[in-house]
Design a protein around this ligand. Structure first.
Ligand SMILES: Nc1ncnc2c1ncn2[C@@H]1O[C@H](COP(=O)(O)OP(=O)(O)O)[C@@H](O)[C@H]1O
Ligand SMILES: [Mg+2]
Length: 281
């Protein structure tokens, strides 16, 4: 089971879109996936559209036992392969700026419990994707403490690039203080317009800051993303040229996330530059 926190410290850049796109690509590959919705806005839960549950992630963060965990997880309306640990507005009240180590570790304890259930043949997930809110309080930090990999999302704009740099510092700090095994999987550049000089400039700036951590697979700005989300459908099932383009990018991104994550932190930035360039800028 591979666990990935998807974060940026800026809202609206595409964290939820990346989580949903990777879940959609995983569905296509037949990899059982759990989306953990840490954002009090609950956008991932909305698009995955599960039936009502008896508990939510807010309960799990208070009491990470197997029974609470199971009560907070439901199948998505997409397919049996993608489940969701449902978000809740209540998460906002749990997003303390300085929660202390014990509270920061509760999500990690919940994922450890999930691994036990996996070993017992229950809840057989290959991938856990954590959708973070755009702040560095307890929720995002819990995800970094619990995850094996951190995937940063940014747009090619000035403020978003600054947000990605702060998010990367948060990853480094969490690795130093709480989670020595945390791997920076890379920086995904989203909403790219191919012919925009400004976007090319910002992508170059990102490469100067992050080097090879910038994913060679950029996600193009396509209306299909919003249409599929609004229809509560995986992007891979949205049959338009724009959706196909974005889906292909997510397939490549998922392959990289799985490959980099399984290699461990020392090789985290040494990707081969083979398949993806066709979809880049
Ligand atoms: N590649 C894209 N092309 C078009 N629209 C996008 C793309 N990525 C995200 N969006 C839209 O931008 C908005 C913000 O994206 P979202 O994933 O909710 O960001 P975040 O989770 O970081 O706040 C949403 O309306 C989403 O549909
Ligand atoms: Mg979001």
């Amino acid at each position: 089971m591979q666990t990935v926190a998807v974060l940026s410290l800026k809202g609206g850049v595409g964290k939820t879109t990346v989580v949903l796109g990777l879940a959609s690509a995983a569905l296509r590959r037949g990899a059982r996936t759990l989306v953990v919705d840490l954002d009090p806005q609950c956008n991932a839960t909305q698009t995955l559209d599960p039936d009502e549950t008896e508990a939510t992630l807010a309960d799990v963060l208070e009491n990470p036992t197997a029974s609470v965990l199971k009560a907070a997880i439901a199948p998505s309306s997409w397919d049996g392969e993608v489940d969701v640990m449902v978000g809740s507005e209540e998460l906002e009240t749990l997003n303390e700026p300085d929660p202390g180590a014990r509270r920061l570790e509760k999500l990690g304890r919940a994922l450890a419990e999930l691994r036990h259930l996996l070993a017992d043949g229950e809840l057989p997930y290959q991938l856990v994707l954590m959708d973070c809110p755009p702040s560095l309080g307890r929720l995002t930090r819990s995800a970094l403490v619990a995850a094996q990999g951190a995937l940063l999302v940014t747009e090619p704009t000035m403020y978003a690039v600054a947000g990605a740099q702060r998010a990367f510092e948060a990853v480094e700090n969490t690795r130093d203080e709480h989670n020595a095994n945390l791997v920076a999987l890379g920086v995904v550049v989203n909403k790219v317009r191919t012919h925009s000089y400004e976007h090319q400039f910002r992508i170059q700036e990102l490469r100067e800051s992050f080097g090879r951590l910038v994913m060679p697979v950029a996600l193009p700005d396509r209306l299909a993303v919003q249409q599929a989300q609004g229809a509560c459908m995986p992007i891979h099932q949205w049959q338009t040229p724009g959706a196909r383009e974005v889906s292909l990018a997510f397939n490549l991104l998922l392959a990289r996330v799985l490959r980099t994550g399984s290699r461990g932190r020392h090789n985290a930035v040494t990707w081969p530059t083979d398949e993806a360039e066709a979809v880049t800028e």
